[in-house]
Design a protein around this ligand. Sequence first.
Ligand code: GDP
Ligand code: MG
Length: 315
Amino acid sequence: MTEIKSSPKDYRSGFIALVGRPNVGKSTLVNKLVGEKVAITSPIAQTTRNRLKAILTTPKAQFVMVDTPGIHKPHHLLGERLVKSARSAIGQVDAVLLLLEACFLPGKGDQYIVNILKQYNLPVLVVLNKWDLVSKDDYFNREEAYKSLLKELDWPIYKCSAFKGIGTKQLIEDLVNFLPKGPYLYPPDMVSDQPEKLLLAELIREQVLYNTREEIPHSVAVTIDRMEEIVSRSIKKKSEGCMAILATIYVERKSQKGILIGKGGEMLKSIGKASRLQMQNLIAGPIYLEIFVKVAPNWRSKPSSLSFLGYEEDK
Ligand code: GDP
Ligand code: MG
């Protein structure tokens, strides 16, 4: 095991769970705080499947953020595992960031989550996210509405825009006080605990969701089958290194495969191009990407295929 550099005196470190309904901006906030793309974000709900830890190291503290899948009513086996995973994440942290969507009035779903969190004896900081979407005329009433949702609870409220990075600095400064004294838990230059392959697969899945919208629901999974450094022998390009990546997108039905490939392969081409650009940011170098599409019927309901695709059940 590599030894982790010793932390400064009076250092703090701990785990923080990001909790909130799907689409409130949990992944966006994690990315903004960490400053690098580690969690996938999408305008379509429920895209964070694997428990992802993102790590932010500042001179005062190390925050290990657990981006939980959205809490919601489960519809099928995959949904059940997502909810279980979110609940078990809450049980293992030092503080919770509860994200609420300020652009809407509080609803039953928010009350449901508040009730769950009340059962734990944990500090909760409330992020009223997407505050940039609230019109000035609504500022006062919107804040009051959320205050009444949280009545009798002494949870501090932060009006934020994860997207624009508004209010996030203060949030992090205050969050330090809720972490116990302790050393680095991860090397200070690490931003994610996920293997690179999984992050790359998530980038492709994100592009599938962006490009196909509702046509391909959540019945899609991605695996990275091979990664290989290749050296181009072309004289013009000298011997520039390049990372070759082979990936497979799994869908449930043949019709979905057709949509993903598109007319004359156009859809798959756009997905590939956009994914490649994202991957180049992550790996910082040229990438050759080839994507295959395969049909794996009903993979969401089969425990064996769930494990195969990396969605392990929590112990
Ligand atoms: P998650 O499901 O909670 O992880 O939500 P995501 O982080 O994937 O965000 C869902 C959508 O909301 C994405 O399209 C984001 O760009 C958008 N979003 C997140 N935070 C904000 C915000 O503060 N303001 C605005 N306008 N959009 C946001
Ligand atoms: Mg997410």
